[in-house]
Design a protein around this ligand. Sequence first.
Ligand code: P6P
Length: 344
Amino acid sequence: MKTLVEFIWEQQEKMGKATGEFSRLLNDIGIAAKIVNRDVNRAGLAEVLGYEGTTNVQGESQKKLDVIANNEFIKALRNGKQCAAIVSEENDEVVVFDEKITENAKYIVAIDPLDGSSNIEVNVPIGTIFAVYKRKSLGKTITTEDVLQAGTELVCGGYIIYGSSTMLVYTTGDGVNGFTYDPTCGLFILSHENMKIKDDGNIYSINEANYIYFPEGVKRYIKHCQEDDPETRRPYTTRYIGSLISDFHRNLLRGGIYIYPGTKKNPAGKLRLLYECVPVAFIAEQAGAKASDGYRRILDIQPEHIHQRSPLFIGSKSMVEEAERMMSEFSPEFLDEYQRAEKS
Ligand code: P6P
């Protein structure tokens, strides 16, 4: 039995000259995850269901647990003193900690504290998604370059899924490992070592209710998934939970593709680049899979603003590549439309 803390220290020793600061930051995330897990698991009992009565920058009404989770992660990262600033789905602006912290803290965290929170009341698994970057600047002042970094600069990408069991899954660029939370002892235990996504899955995950607004390439790919071809295990199976982390986690374990494309109404799609697409894209690539916006590698996209949206095609490599082929063949023009939207 290896705990998350033991694993983090082992990884740190492998890195030789590590100072322990990143290990401390990752442990801080683990502490907040345990507290959020407790609140999520007793949501129906602890009067934390329902709406806060506020709306976030997404224009989404904030649920009480969204705000509670956001506050828990901000508090844990502030107390740990390794993080200088946070980009959060729940905050319009960057949360910059006071100078006593920023003058020494080396990291920036981008986080969706509780993705899919609209599923809380119906007991569908939800998740926290986080990305950790190293600051470009030094000293007390946080710069735009610190918070608008491409995914290729990522130090760590991870998520916590609050489901039938609670798991923390992350990568620092040396493979993907999953830790299952044991509430009887309050520890995350290594349960899924060196996770890999099957190259040829047979599950596709997309909200087909938006079909008429999809680019032609997406429509063609959906029809491709539904064709009768036993040799390639088609028709595939469709699964769509409405919770990115739940759909992605299933595909990580069983193979498959998740697509949230841009549409004629919303060319840049719905998902946020910094704290939804990039962290899972880093994990996908480390697990031998692929993540793009239908045309470009997610990790290569240079963010223009902190709440920028991006389409997401992610999962088994051969499935993503097939979808990308159809986007290039049948919707080549869509990239320009979407790039204009992402700058707005
Ligand atoms: P739709 C949750 O709001 C989320 O950001 C993802 O977790 C999920 O996959 C997607 O949106 C669901 O969106 O438009 O299909 O309801």
